[in-house]
Design a protein around this ligand. Sequence first.
Ligand code: PRX
Length: 655
Amino acid sequence: MATIESVLHETRLFAPNDSFVSQANLLNEEACQALCREAEKDYLGFWGKLAQEHIQWHKPFTRVLDESNYPCFKWFDDGELNVSFNCLDRNLEANSDKIAIIFEADDGKVTRATYRDLHLQVCQFANGLRSLNIKKGDRLIIYMPMSIEAVVAMQACARIGAIHSVVFGGFSAKSLHERIVDTAAVAVITADEQRRGGKGIALKPVVDKAIEMGGGDSIKSVVIYKRTGQNIQWHNSRDVWWHDLVIDKSDYCEPEWVNAEHPLFILYTSGSTGKPKGIQHSSAGYLLGTMVSMKWIFDYKPTDIFWCTADVGWITGHSYVAYGPLAMGATQIVFEGVPTYPDAGRFWKIIQDHKITTFYTAPTAIRSLIKLGSELPREYDLSSLRLLGSVGEPINPEAWMWYYNVVGQSRCPIVDTWWQTETGCHMIAPVPGVRPLKPGSCTFPLPGIMAAIVDEAGHEVENGKGGLLVIKRPFPSLARTIWGNPERFRKTYFPDDLGGKYYLSGDSANCDLDGYFWIMGRIDDVLNISGHRLGTMEIESALVANHLVAEAAVVGKPHEIKGEVIVAFVVLKDACPQGEDAKKIAAELRNWVSKEIGPIAKPEEIRFGDNLPKTRSGKIMRRLLRAIARGEQITQDVSTLENPAILEQLKQSMA
Ligand code: PRX
């Protein structure tokens, strides 16, 4: 196959500062390299040792990895543990009075829960679930607002060995219904309403609608957390208030000791096409991944105040809200609201008020905060920050620079963490304080993660050339299957073309001459311009590097001679331009890209909009843009879009 060409060359380099280096968990390049060598030399010994060090086992394991039924591999599979015990009980001795969660509600009200409080709440709720006859292996849907209770619900499932599937609170009854049916769930845990941006958004009515769509008969109970007290319809046969369920329950719940491979949760990921996949994770391997990444990548310290802004409806909210921080005994923020309410300074105010040390968010949030008020962060005291993180999409170098200079005040390393719902935890990310950072690069694989870039026949490509990003060996935190569809799991992630052994991420990437990894976009989005295969990321980054541009997405449109031409959708920092203005700016941007990257990447067409179509987790939906660019009907499901109205505007727009 032709490799994918890399056209953007970033030369800025940011060495870690001395004060960070002197306190880093993985102190230096040597320590980091030693771990990588250890993993190379004795892969199983490496992971086995980490699993012994990090997890408190009820029954120790004797086998590290069973690969006999590839890709249905098993890690530590004769060991027994309980994930909730590992997150809560073991923190009781030393940390019982330590704050586990600082909850900040949409209206600013703050509630704190210590590890003792959280343990008590989880035990009582877990006992409540048992009283509803919910048992090990049963599936439960959690459809909750960001809250201490959402974390309690997840932990309580883990405590009794039930398998949760969290559905993001902004998803429709249809999405919820699909997940109820696919998991044959026995219960839904929800709230009457959630509060976001000063408004109440109903949850319980959506649950009722989903159950009543047919096929939802497996649901025997709906547990409702009273968040706002809004009137709801009551179904005697299945509804129970959370507060009634826990009222007479014992404050201790014996954990269900489960096998290391027991499914901890199922989380649906939509991918770009097809039916959502129920990604199923294990207990021990997953927990281990979240813990080592907290330590190595977030450089976790007991004095940290950690804030991951992701909703628990996404994998990031599972690994770095509900499990990883608790397993490490951390203090973390759980935030109910949105970055723009009551004003665009909300994130910065939270950082200031709670003295956040570690702030982890998504490029989409960073780009919109740049657009909303580049000067705003300077009005707040952000001096408590010591580490910044990014996840979910490639962070364009210019957004990286803003994050670094304005938010981190040129003091905080940025960990650009590449990973996926399927991988469970960070895969490629800088160990902060070790190597210099390059804006826009997620740098190097974690010790023990054998990432590589290959062509379509599975051969590794030379540095500097782009290709398919794969991971060559299974690792503990990798998903075990697609719920109910192991064959789809094998075909999607371990395709025969690559020999059936490599985990195929679905992303394109390149490794530069210094060995730094750069994510180039999804393989499905690769453009083919006059025989040159180009990833989306680099062209978009070139556009975002222009001082007028806030966000950009590029797609291909068929062209008789060139194969494809590039159509760019652009959001400016200022208002969406019209008429002659739009034409002038479009011409300027076309020339800009041509100068920055080369004439090959010059967009044929530029369209302006107030925003881009995004998923609820903030990813740009390029397949919809592709349909618009080609003048095709949009036949795909757009119900999971954050902002469906934007499609009409983009259809009309043309510079
Ligand atoms: O394309 C990559 C992008 O997000 C995809 C995974 O999405 P999801 O399963 O929703 O998980 C998101 C949270 C881990 C990847 O295949 N992606 C994620 N992080 C990065 C990224 N692309 C570039 N750089 C990243 N840091």
